[in-house]
Design a protein around this ligand. Structure first.
Ligand code: GLN
Length: 479
């Protein structure tokens, strides 16, 4: 679309750099030119909030040309700490903030030879589904600029969809990688909770947060995930010590693989064209030999309400640190209390304020049992729904990623309506499962994503199905 370095796949870029036919500098310069042409900070697509050409080119000059991601330009969401560029979380409270340390995922990409080209537009503190909650203006969907790219990792999805870079990092608390991937027609992966270190990811809701990857192809995403996954010692005590399996499984014969279609994810109200696209994808899986089975996840309808108690509760605690004392913005007032009030009420936008208030309320004495404890019980039931289905011999689930394709700016003016766009994605975060969105077709010219959800730590099984779906659908996925 825009003609950046992302025109090649990760495999092509790396092969050319490994062979000395191309250099990291040349690829990174092309990506930066593409950003400057249309997508620069404040540009039309507004995918990026900060770039630094000189620093990116210096990083490119240091790349070991035999590294596994040698010379691959990468965009990183602005809530992941990087060695240069801002970590502003889409918030006034952290405007211009430069982190003194580097997130494990950013370090692993850098050490693998990938080069950071910019930090991307996001909803403030990752709360939102459209990037309209960004303090620095929303990003636009490259397929239709009057529409949102999805969120909260919208800028990263746009960077990949617009061909600026083949891979990007985002974060997920309730669908923030999968939903924008679906809206922008790219691949988006949320790994199992614990598969990837959260060290250096600014916390929103720690028990739900994950770093995720975007790729233009399934293989691009698999390569990125292989590099960032793995134990991180004391940096993140929830990162698991298990060895990281190969994600690059390639397409395979799916005979013997049982794929479940949960009835609750195909409600009568589902957009009929989204349903048609899903039916074609299911036919493609069948054509590969998969056995398709109807299943039920009965507590699905309680997932959004449970998520919107648990996520705000955790966010109200995590965001307490932005108080004007240690990080970013500080607005002085008459005494300490006045300084807190002024800093937080001017620094945070309306959605973040709403969540902090909601979270404080559900954790407060007298309401804790009624709301927070109840939501945690619902979370257990949702987890149990999935384990029961997987224990019955189902290997993976297939669902639409979102109920509709990308909506227009301003269309979701009621916050509750916006929350409902997460209906098919929050469950995997609540149950800590790996899940991904793969392009499966177009509806009224807009991309539609199909979601795969797998048992814990079975990313290889999930990728096997995703590669197969991509091959079987071929050009159909983008038509
Ligand atoms: N849209 C959801 C929310 O606003 C999910 C966000 C996310 O995954 N970071 O909370």
């Amino acid at each position: 679309m825009t003609g950046g370095a992302g025109d090649g796949t990760v495999a092509q870029i790396v092969a050319a750099v490994n062979a000395g036919e191309s250099t990291a500098e040349a690829g990174v310069a092309r990506a930066l030119d593409a950003i400057a042409a249309d997508n620069g900070v404040g540009g039309e697509l507004n995918a990026f909030v900060s770039t630094d050409r000189a620093a990116s080119l210096r990083a490119a000059a240091d790349v070991d040309r035999s590294a596994p991601l040698a010379g691959v330009p990468v965009a990183i969401k602005d809530n992941i700490a990087t060695p240069f560029l801002t970590t502003s979380c889409g918030s006034r409270v952290l405007e211009g903030y430069i982190s003194p340390f580097e997130a494990t995922v950013a370090r692993r990409l850098r050490e693998a030879g990938a080069v950071l080209i910019g930090k991307t537009t996001m909803d403030e503190f990752a709360m939102g589904s459209s990037t309209e909650n960004s303090a620095f203006g929303p990003a636009r969907n490259p397929h239709d600029r009057s529409r949102v790219p999805g969120g909260s990792s919208g800028g990263s999805a746009v960077a990949v969809a617009a061909g600026i870079c083949p891979i990007a990092l985002g974060s997920e608390t309730g669908g923030s990688v999968r939903q924008p991937a679906a809206f922008c027609g790219v691949v988006g992966v949320k790994p199992t909770y614990g598969r990837v270190s959260r060290f250096g990811l600014v916390a929103f809701a720690s028990s739900l947060d994950n770093v995720g990857v975007f790729g233009r192809t399934v293989d691009d995403a698999a390569r990125a995930l292989e590099v960032i996954a793995g134990h991180d010692g004391a940096n993140d005590a929830t990162s698991v010590a298990a060895a990281v399996p190969a994600m690059r499984t390639g397409a395979q014969d799916l005979r013997g693989t049982v794929i479940g279609l949960p009835a609750e994810y195909f409600p009568p109200t589902l957009d009929p064209s989204v349903r048609d696209a899903c039916n074609r994808a299911v036919d493609a899986l069948r054509a590969r030999g998969a056995e398709i089975r109807d299943v039920s996840l009965p507590h699905t309808e309680y997932a959004v309400p449970a998520y919107y108690v648990i996520a705000p509760a955790e966010c109200s605690a995590n965001l307490a640190r932005f108080d004007g004392v240690r990080y970013g913005m500080r607005i002085d007032g008459d005494g300490l209390r006045a300084m807190y009030d002024a800093t937080r009420s001017r620094g945070f936008g309306p959605e973040v304020t709403r969540r902090v208030l909601l979270g404080t309320y559900v954790l407060s004495a007298g309401y804790y049992d009624a709301y927070y404890v109840k939501a945690m019980q619902v979370r257990s039931l949702i987890r149990h729904d999935f384990s029961a289905v997987f224990a019955s011999g189902v290997h993976a689930l297939f669902t639409p990623t979102t109920p509709t394709p990308a909506f227009r700016f301003g269309e979701m003016s009621d916050p509750y309506e916006m929350y409902l766009s997460d209906i098919f994605t929050v469950t995997a975060n609540l149950a800590e499962l790996p899940a991904m969105s793969v392009p499966i077709g177009r509806v009224r010219g807009l991309p539609v994503g199909g979601q795969l959800i797998s048992p814990k730590f079975d990313e290889p099984g999930m990728f096997r199905v995703a590669y197969s779906l991509e091959v079987e659908l071929g050009a159909e996925a983008h038509r």
